[in-house]
Design a protein around this ligand. Structure first.
Ligand code: HEC
Length: 152
């Protein structure tokens, strides 16, 4: 039995992925787009939060700080998808309408990715002062964008 199961699993997986991909292309449902947006930010918070707490003297440096920072960088790369055309007026969204027409907003996620990548490098090097400085730089990209483009 074992020798077929691997192939069977691979086949089911391939069909599932193809199904998900064609659905996504066919229709970007507003409620799904909003869930993606909020889920990605939740993941940002859960990865960045513990390193931020360390930088503020409120906790130990997570052992996997470098991986968490890399996750934040990857999430910054994914976030623009969650603000794609057609997601300007999602019910329940906290994004100001002007974000969608702003070059600064679009650049914000690139700045966040860059800062998070530097944070990952400092964490890999075990450079605690560097980590604290980089956390500040990442935090500035969060706050800069929230101040301008997130509803109160
Ligand atoms: C380029 C803009 C931008 C950047 C950079 C950014 N955010 Fe946000 N963030 C937003 C917007 C816009 C929303 C509102 C999303 C919605 O509901 O439509 C948001 C929502 C959130 C939320 C959801 C809950 C809430 O309070 O609304 C969290 C948590 C969050 N951001 C954390 C962060 C953290 C942490 C960073 C930095 C590591 C960050 N964000 C960087 C624009 C940004």
């Amino acid at each position: 039995m074992r020798f077929i199961s691997k192939a069977a699993v691979a086949a089911v997986f391939a069909v599932t992925i193809a199904g998900i991909a064609s659905q996504a292309v066919a229709q970007q449902k507003p409620d799904e787009a909003l869930k993606m947006r909020q889920g990605l930010f939740q993941a940002v918070k859960m990865n960045f939060g513990p390193i931020g707490a360390f930088a503020q003297g409120k906790g130990a440096l997570p052992a996997d700080a470098a991986a968490k920072a890399e996750n934040v960088a990857a999430l910054a790369r994914m976030l623009p998808m969650a603000f794609a055309k057609g997601t300007e007026a999602l019910p329940g969204s906290n994004t100001k309408p002007e974000a969608f027409a702003s070059a600064d907003f679009a650049k914000g996620f690139g700045m966040m990715e860059e800062a998070a990548t530097k944070l990952a490098a400092a964490a890999k090097a075990g450079d605690e002062a560097g980590i604290k400085a980089a956390v500040g730089d990442v935090g500035k990209t969060c706050k800069g964008c929230h101040d301008n483009f997130r509803k109160e």
